[in-house]
Design a protein around this ligand. Structure first.
Ligand code: TYD
Ligand code: MG
Length: 455
């Protein structure tokens, strides 16, 4: 039988029989590539049911399960994002843009876990051992008992791990691994999948925790971390803006802890250092209250975090006004602009709108709606919000404000950082305002009337 060529999307792993410029599954451009490894693993000849397998042991839901013992690295920001430490026999993917600091983070984590008594193996497929050692020296980690290898051959790596039986194996990166039984180039979807599959299998079988590094790629020449997300227990993304020192480690999937948890780090000359109080960091560049600025009392995972939204509104020279957003959802901004126009009679037609979250943070909570609206109104009307005021609340299409979760935690964090007042949805009156002066508002029109002199 002639082998039909198979094509696969490097961004999402969607398989198709013909090439196209755009993936029909995820909509990414230029990510479809030929992958011989896929055609080789065609459908099985016989259905599994035709042959008898072994009988399974079934158990009850009520069977007592002890929570997994976790290993702490001592890097609190990392341990929390992992859900309280590293779970034995777990597979974790750490994704992020090239150069964001994944290798640095994992080398520091390797050293910390080794110092905590774990047997750690660090396999680099990208750098020579000498390079990794040099970095370790620069970071002051050279004394940690991490075992090191520079290797990309998956078979050799697995054989070594079988013999060494480490508690933790770090593979940097999964895109450089090469399985000799798969018929395509390293970095292709089937190679990356095969490597992730073999390594997660090894983790389950031998009780070794495995951490895979995966580069986020834009061009689609190399398979991105999304094609292995479903295979691992935990998916962490390491994010940050170039030119900013902050790095955020975010759990987007975690079988052993809450997703959406973040850990905040700062990239320094001596590696990554933990940021125990991110709110203070994100607000550190804030000067006197200025028009266009609103401080949002947000929740990231289990932790309250204050961030500043900045808006700039200016007459446009173009026929189509600009809408530029950094750190927040563009679709959500369009919705808030529409609500301001339709429900409050404040048009943004003919005006360019720029919205930015200070410090390179990304916010996805709908609770930030009111802070975004306040920043936009403040910029448009050229009126600063009262000083020492935080804002939160979800805006519905009717212009009403919806209460949000964890009001008290938001207020406590704001009070801790010296804020004295909050504008919040009327429906979310907390039992304890933590000494904050609360202004509870039912809808956006009221906010406009009270602070921006219209309505
Ligand atoms: P790296 O961990 O190699 O990134 P990744 O593995 O995600 O590709 O980090 C690379 C960047 O980090 C590089 O631009 C230099 C910077 N860096 C520091 O600023 N301080 C340090 O101590 C180290 C080790 C790296
Ligand atoms: Mg690296």
């Amino acid at each position: 039988m002639a082998k039909s060529p198979s094509y696969v999307c490097a961004a999402c792993g969607h398989v198709t029989s013909k090439w196209s410029g755009r993936c029909e599954a995820c909509g990414e451009w230029n990510t479809i590539q030929e992958d011989a490894g896929l055609a080789a693993s065609g459908p099985a000849k016989k259905t599994l049911g035709a042959q008898r397998g072994a009988a399974m042991q079934l158990t009850d839901l009520s069977a007592q399960e002890v929570p997994p013992p976790r290993a702490q690295s001592g890097i609190a920001e990392l341990d929390r994002v992992l859900g309280g430490g590293l779970v034995p026999a777990s597979a974790t993917l750490v994704g992020g843009d090239p150069g964001i600091g994944k290798s640095t983070l994992l080398l520091q984590a390797a050293a910390s876990f080794a110092r905590a008594g774990l047997k750690v193996v660090y396999v680099s497929g990208e750098e020579a051992s000498a390079q990794v050692r040099m970095r370790a020296q620069r970071l002051g980690l050279a004394d940690a008992s991490v075992r090191l290898a520079a290797e990309t051959n998956l078979r050799d790596i697995l054989t070594t791990l079988e013999a060494e039986k480490p508690d933790l194996a770090i593979i940097d990166s999964v895109q450089t691994m090469w399985a000799d039984n798969v018929d395509s180039a390293p970095g292709s979807v089937s190679q990356v999948r095969a490597a992730a599959h073999e390594l997660t299998n090894f983790a389950k079988r031998r009780g070794t925790s495995v951490i895979l590094v995966g580069h986020v790629t834009k061009e689609g020449q190399i398979a991105g971390p999304r094609v292995v997300e479903h295979m691992v227990d935990t998916v962490l993304y390491f994010e940050g803006e170039r030119g900013h020192q902050f790095r955020i480690l975010r759990a987007v999937k975690n079988r052993f802890g809450p997703a959406d948890e973040i850990g905040v780090f700062e990239m320094t000359g001596g590696g990554l250092s933990e940021v125990g109080n991110p709110s203070a960091l994100f607000l550190s560049e804030r000067g006197e209250p200025a028009p266009g600025s609103a401080v949002f009392a947000g929740i990231e995972g289990t932790r309250p975090v204050l961030v500043e939204f900045q808006a700039l509104v200016a007459p446009t020279p173009h026929s189509q006004p600009r809408r530029t957003v950094v750190g927040w959802d563009g679709g959500r901004l369009a919705m808030i602009l529409a609500v301001l126009e339709a429900r409050c009679g404040i048009p943004f037609a003919g005006l360019d709108v720029y919205l930015n979250v200070a410090g390179g943070m990304k916010v996805s909570e709908p609770a930030a709606d009111l802070a975004v609206a306040a920043a936009l109104l403040s910029a448009r009307e050229d009126v600063a919000l009262p000083a020492e005021t935080v804002v939160f609340g979800e805006i519905s299409l009717s212009g009403a404000l919806r209460p949000v979760a964890q009001t008290e935690a938001r207020l406590r964090e704001a009070a801790k950082l010296g804020f004295t007042a909050a504008i919040a949805p009327a429906g979310g009156k907390p039992a304890d305002a933590g000494g904050m002066n609360l202004r509870l508002v039912p809808d956006l029109v009221t906010v406009v009337g009270e602070h921006f002199g219209a309505g």
